[in-house]
Write a protein that binds this ligand. Structure first.
Ligand SMILES: [Zn+2]
Length: 180
């Protein structure tokens, strides 16, 4: 399986039949009105993400994020954001969860990631997507495992968005194929 060619943007460029033309990128996502529409395992992932979100170490921003990662063996690994007085030394919930999961299961496969965010300053009533650096980290493991990772994200209340792959959030992504 050539995962790179599956990436729509690369496919479009590679297959382009002239030197110059305009392109559009479209991505796929589903919006859930509430958690009632989630599957049983997704509801459990949301519950675990909320639990860990609320114990995030976010003393500087007050913006707490929790992430849960579902592995192919159905284990759920969680992580939350960890801030630092030296700001760049902190880390996002998504990468804490993903790296923890991949440390525990080096050959494991990630099926889904669920992210929930809450602020101590305001009501977070819209879905909070992962930051660019976390998207890049998710991309690394999606390429490694050659299987898409579903990414769910939400705020404290309101709708939930599901992206079907990191390619939906980071369509022109840098991956290891660039290095060869
Ligand atoms: Zn991040």
């Amino acid at each position: 399986m050539n995962f790179r060619i599956e990436n729509p943007i690369f496919k479009e460029i590679i297959l382009a039949d002239s030197n110059m033309h305009d392109h559009k990128i479209s991505t796929n996502f589903t919006v859930y009105e509430s958690s009632d529409e989630l599957s049983v395992v997704e509801k459990e992932m949301l519950k675990r993400a909320i639990e860990v979100r609320d114990t995030a170490y976010a003393r500087y921003s007050g913006f707490k994020v929790g992430a849960s990662v579902l592995m192919q063996n159905n284990d759920i690994i969680v992580g939350n954001n960890q801030e630092n007085a030296a700001y760049p030394s902190g880390m996002c919930a998504e990468r804490v969860a993903i790296w923890s999961a991949m440390s525990a299961f080096p050959e494991g496969r990630i099926k889904k990631i669920f992210i929930s965010a809450r602020s101590e300053k305001t009501s977070v009533d819209r879905p909070v997507a992962p930051c660019g650096a976390c998207r890049q980290a998710i991309a690394e493991y999606e390429v490694k495992q050659e299987r898409d990772i579903e990414i769910f994200f939400t705020g404290e209340v309101g709708k939930i968005v599901k992206a079907y792959s990191i390619k939906d959030l980071l369509p022109w992504m840098f991956d290891n194929s660039m290095l060869s």
